[in-house]
Design a protein around this ligand. Structure first.
Ligand SMILES: [Zn+2]
Length: 450
């Protein structure tokens, strides 16, 4: 199948950051065979020619930190302390979910990812890779799936397991799902947080990740209490502790990385650890990570939304906007974190965080055909004086007209083709209420109910 997309603006995000006006893209099956100008021969040999005047094509966006299983818990963690959030709301909710709940939760999450132009995401760790894998296969997007693991601490008992059992189940899922769905699904190992992970579990995780040639997805230096507990337990900061264990490696994706010393930043840079920045979660509860300082040291930083109960908006476009605002505000510098840097974080650097940059993250010959078609002609995005700035600072989901992943439309002219969106929305509400009831989570109404 050969498709030609033409008469459109193309932002490639290749190493020279080349853009084309009235450009074209040739896609053969799942792969890009040409970017830039199309010739009469391309048109003559194409199975389909799609003209997109006034539209903009850019690489599919990469969301480096998503809790698909928490999608049904949106709104359950608002205006409460971080510990109420963990112990009384989200962990009980997650531990009362079934595999079918995880499937529906992931489908709902996928709809929101697709509508925000995300072609690839990394799961932070749900309990049911089978449920997530089934949903991602259907949704048609790319996902790196993980199972969240805990073996110590005060997590809900249902989620705590011995190290051997945790490692065996993750290896079983890797055998089952890694490189499935035409290579769209990968499976990594995950560590939830050092507060809930023993030294034995950390060491075993990195040992097996290296053996299987996959990454490790981990919340790290997320909250101040984590730093205090690990200092007391091990005598180091969380980053320093991982360094001592030999666990600072290029295939570690450290999520949040908020509470870092200068020495911690040096360690992350030296070991080429990748970082996922989640600005909404940072603003809401975690604190202000030194992202510009990390990037100045050469650390690769991608963007993430975190989960629905930490953010409420699972929209990477909002995270792009927040990223540029957060660091301008934090540094009192309107030139800090310019739009082109943020777009880089949401595309090619996100792909680097996931060790997938050889196939995705930019529009180049030989890479996978993963791209967003934007329609900038909306009240929220017009006029366009500076396209890249508008994409980062003004774009909303209603500008995402189509999304192509692996050469196939998953969203076409505003309609999701792979998921019955209305049915999923309806079923999600019913399932979410049932899980909350099973977990005995009862919210006090904000206003008297009459
Ligand atoms: Zn998270």
């Amino acid at each position: 199948m050969k498709r030609v997309f033409k008469d459109t603006t193309i932002i490639t995000m290749n190493s020279n950051r080349e853009c084309y006006q009235d450009g074209g893209l040739v896609v053969e099956d799942a792969t890009i065979s040409k970017v830039g100008r199309v010739c009469p021969e391309d048109l003559a040999t194409a199975d389909e020619v799609i003209s997109l005047p006034g539209r903009v094509i850019l690489p599919g966006l990469v969301n480096t930190h998503v809790h698909t299983s928490q999608q049904l818990a949106r709104g359950l963690g608002d205006d409460v302390s971080v510990f109420t959030w963990f112990y009384n709301r989200i962990w009980p909710f997650e531990s009362h979910m079934t595999e079918e709940d995880s499937y529906i939760s992931t489908l709902l999450s996928a709809c929101e990812l697709i509508r925000s132009g995300v072609s690839t995401f990394a799961e932070a760790g749900g309990q049911y890779i089978n449920g997530m894998g089934k949903a991602v296969t259907q949704a048609g997007i790319r996902g790196i799936l993980t199972r969240s693991v805990m073996d110590i601490g005060e997590g809900p008992m249902k989620m705590l397991d011995p190290v051997e059992k945790l490692m065996a189940s993750q290896e079983e899922m890797l055998d089952l799902w890694h490189n499935q769905a035409n290579g769209r699904i990968k499976v990594w190992f995950a560590l939830r947080t050092l507060l809930n992970n023993s030294e034995k579990l950390v060491l075993k995780t990195f040992q097996l990740a290296e053996k299987h040639g996959v990454g490790v997805h981990m919340h790290l230096s997320e909250i101040l209490e984590e730093v205090e507990v690990i200092r007391k337990r091990a005598g180091f900061s969380p980053v320093g502790y991982l360094a001592q264990l030999g666990a600072l490696v290029p295939y570690l994706l450290a999520v949040h990385a908020v509470w870092l010393s200068e020495e911690d930043i040096n360690l992350l840079a030296t070991h080429d650890v990748k970082v996922s920045h989640n600005p909404a979660a940072a603003l809401r509860v975690l604190g202000f990570p030194k992202v510009t300082e990390m990037m100045a040291r050469g650390i690769c930083v991608g963007l993430g939304t975190d989960g629905a109960p930490s953010n409420n908006r699972m929209n990477i476009l909002d995270e792009m906007w927040l990223t540029t605002l957060l660091h301008k505000g934090r540094l009192h510098d309107p030139m800090a974190m310019p739009a082109e840097t943020v777009l880089q974080m949401a595309t090619i650097d996100g792909a680097r965080c996931l060790h997938w940059e050889n196939e995705i993250g930019s529009l180049e010959k030989g890479k996978k055909a993963d791209f967003v078609v934007l329609n900038p002609n909306t009240v929220g995005m017009m006029p366009v004086h500076d396209l890249v700035s508008n994409i980062v600072n003004s774009m909303h989901s209603d500008n995402v007209e189509s999304l192509v992943v692996d050469g196939l439309f998953v969203l076409k002219e505003g309609k999701i083709l792979t998921i019955a969106e209305d049915d999923v929305i309806k079923e999600s509400g019913e399932r979410a209420r049932a899980i909350a009831k099973r977990a005995e989570i009862h919210l006090t109404p904000r206003f008297p109910l009459c």
